[in-house]
Design a protein around this ligand. Structure first.
Ligand SMILES: C[S@@+](CC[C@H](N)C(=O)[O-])C[C@H]1O[C@@H](n2cnc3c(N)ncnc32)[C@H](O)[C@@H]1O
Length: 253
């Protein structure tokens, strides 16, 4: 990452509410960056480790889903969309960034049970259509407050069939580290419950201090990996609840 990249990133953080929830920002990233950095962090080695951690969560909750109907909201370049397709569901990825969807389609060529649509998460409303809805790192950049989040969560809940699975993996924080949405985990979860989603599991992911040190620079794997594991050890063994992302599994009531 060049110095100008870091300066832009700091500027973006200060203007977060008028940047991250606009398709232009994600279209530009899709044109400028490579690999998973298009949708995730500049350090692709850290992205790879995060992907493994997320896979363990998806492994737990996405079994026996062959031929079921799934949606991946704010799918970006389609990493999770492809994971869901691999488990056998017929999955559609939705994202409002045309450039990102172009990359998602290219990376998914030859997979028959995967589809992509350019659509905002605010227009996602398909009553009783889906067995599974996933959303990774979209709601906290798309929604600017609890009212907007409520609208989207209610539409997600309405779009699920009874007993349908909802997986949300998001950096949910109140305060300095928040993305666009500035609410804490307790409020987020309570809005999910009010929308008709019954929370089954919540897990902390990615120890915050390590994420801050490693995410913005392309640090080689032999440095990224041990520091990442030390952070995970501190979070799990010493019980520090300083996860950046929270992984939530819920079912429609
Ligand atoms: C951090 S990326 C995550 C991408 C993908 N879910 C992943 O985990 O690899 C956030 C994505 O959310 C999308 N996004 C943001 N606001 C959105 C909205 N209102 N509707 C649809 N997509 C949105 C962006 O275009 C971007 O691709």
């Amino acid at each position: 990452m060049k110095v100008t990249g870091i300066i832009n990133m700091i500027k973006n953080r200060f203007a977060r509410e008028s940047v991250y929830n606009k398709a232009d920002y994600w279209n530009a990233k899709a044109k400028e960056l490579e690999g998973d950095a298009v949708s995730l962090w500049p350090n692709n080695n850290l992205n790879r480790l995060y992907e493994k951690e997320h896979m363990r969560f998806y492994d737990e909750f996405l079994n026996n889903i062959t031929n079921l109907k799934a949606a991946d909201l704010g799918c970006g370049t389609g990493n999770v969309t492809r994971i869901i397709a691999k488990y056998g569901a017929n999955v559609t990825g939705f994202d409002f960034s045309e450039e990102t969807i172009k990359i998602a389609k290219k990376r998914s060529e030859g997979i028959s049970n995967i589809f992509f649509v350019v659509e905002s998460v605010f227009n996602f409303y398909y009553p009783d259509e889906y067995d599974i809805i996933n959303c990774r790192t979209c709601l906290t950049v798309a929604c600017k407050d609890a009212n907007e989040l409520t609208v989207v969560l209610k539409n997600i809940s309405s779009s699920l069939k009874s007993g349908g699975k909802c997986i949300i993996i998001e950096p949910i924080h109140k305060g300095f580290l928040h993305r666009v949405l500035n609410i804490d985990l307790e409020e987020f979860v309570s809005l999910m419950e009010q929308a008709g989603l019954e929370i089954k599991t919540i897990r902390q992911m990615h120890f915050v201090p390590v994420r801050l040190i490693l995410s913005y620079f392309n640090i080689p794997m032999f440095i990224t990996e041990p520091i990442y594991h030390i952070g995970q050890w501190i979070m799990h063994t010493l019980g520090w609840k300083w996860g950046d992302y929270k992984a939530i599994y819920a079912e429609k009531k």
